[in-house]
Design a protein around this ligand. Structure first.
Ligand code: HQG
Length: 183
């Protein structure tokens, strides 16, 4: 029997915890979390798995996934970033590194330098701590990748809130063009 495909499980987890919790009959708490046991039940109810999922399967995705997309605390699971659900998730504000990066396409970059970085389909803007991560993020959108640097230190000092996503991802509401430069 084939075992659970952990890439498919990770995608289903992202979909439920970032975008469409209602599809699984879930309601997320204000911090975007849901009880782990309830979450596993809901994924099993959805079906389509080669066997019944357990909390260990969720832990496998968290411990062996390519990126730290999810966090578990006090028996509850949440997505660390990426949300598009209508209800705003309350991220915890924190002081960012002095400089952050954003990888995007050349076409997007020209509008961004005029309109600023906007959350577009998500709740917040996603920024990277290093150029390599920003390149990977940008390549998801096209081959012609431009890296923008974000003067996070000045933006933070001047009152723009930032939030930590994971080790290499920071979040912000939006970033006006005066804090951005093409690298
Ligand atoms: C662009 C993945 C024109 C922005 C990644 C980006 C990340 C504008 C696109 C996470 C704009 C939105 C998020 C403006 C922003 N005019 N284009 N004013 N402002 N944009 O996918 O940052 O693998 O929603 O440059 O690794 O690419 O799913 O955001 O190109 O961490 O875990 O609008 O998703 O993580 O695209 O990626 P996205 P993103 P996962």
């Amino acid at each position: 029997m084939t075992d659970v495909n952990y890439t498919s499980l990770s995608k289903a987890m992202s979909k439920a915890l970032r975008h469409r919790p209602e599809r699984l009959g879930l309601t997320l708490a204000p911090d975007g979390s849901v009880e782990l046991a309830t979450f596993v039940n809901a994924l099993n109810q959805r079906g389509g798995w080669p066997r019944t999922l357990t909390e260990d399967d969720i832990m496998h995705v968290i411990n062996h996934g390519t990126k730290a997309r999810f966090a578990i605390k006090d028996g509850r699971i949440r997505a660390r970033y990426g949300h598009s659900i209508p209800l705003p998730v309350s991220y915890e504000s924190a002081e960012p590194p002095a400089v952050l990066y954003h990888g995007t396409t050349r076409d997007n970059a020209s509008s961004i330098m005029v309109e600023g970085l906007q959350p577009m389909g998500r709740q917040v803007v996603h920024l990277s701590t290093d150029v390599e991560t920003a390149m990977q993020v940008g390549r998801r959108h096209g081959k012609d990748v431009v890296i923008l640097t974000v003067d996070a230190e000045r933006a933070w000092t001047e009152g723009i809130p930032f939030y930590r996503g994971n080790e290499s991802t920071w979040l912000a509401g939006s970033i006006p063009p005066e804090y951005l430069a093409a690298r």
